[in-house]
Design a protein around this ligand. Structure first.
Ligand code: 9YT
Length: 131
């Protein structure tokens, strides 16, 4: 069994800082569960372009407010505490945080932990994937 406290991750290798968010990686690929689990805070006023071509992600908002614009559909979804969205179709989207937007995120396949969004908002595939 694995037990971790968020407070123990802060400032360490699993506390990943990007331009528009910071993400605390509670579970990663190396933990061997087949998914990763993140506590992510998107910074107030930020906009992040995201396109997970190699991953599925479920996102559950627990604090803050924001909106998600689905770029290919032209649809915008309001995000507030209690909103869950699951990216099951490689949807390209813009995620805007109105105030600090805190979300619990699950990825499959799991992130290794060193991925960064490229200019299209894509995280690189896991090593075993050829696409
Ligand atoms: C929904 C969201 O926060 N996406 C961006 C970051 C991602 N959660 C991550 O890398 O932890």
């Amino acid at each position: 069994m694995i037990v971790r406290e968020l407070s123990a991750l802060i400032g360490g290798a699993r506390d990943v800082r990007a331009d528009t968010f910071h993400s605390r990686r509670l579970l990663l690929a190396e933990d061997g569960l087949g998914f990763s689990l993140h506590d992510t805070v998107l910074h107030a006023g930020s906009e992040t372009l995201i396109w997970y071509r190699h991953h599925l992600e479920a996102v559950y908002c627990i604090e803050g407010h924001g909106e998600l614009e689905l770029l290919d559909e032209g649809r915008t979804i309001t995000i507030q505490p209690g909103t869950m969205y699951a990216l099951d179709g490689q949807e390209r989207h813009l995620l805007r945080a109105i105030d600090d937007l805190r979300c619990v995120c699950v990825f499959t396949p799991p992130l290794r932990g060193d991925e960064v969004h490229d200019e299209d908002g894509v995280y690189a595939p896991p090593a075993s994937t050829t696409d």
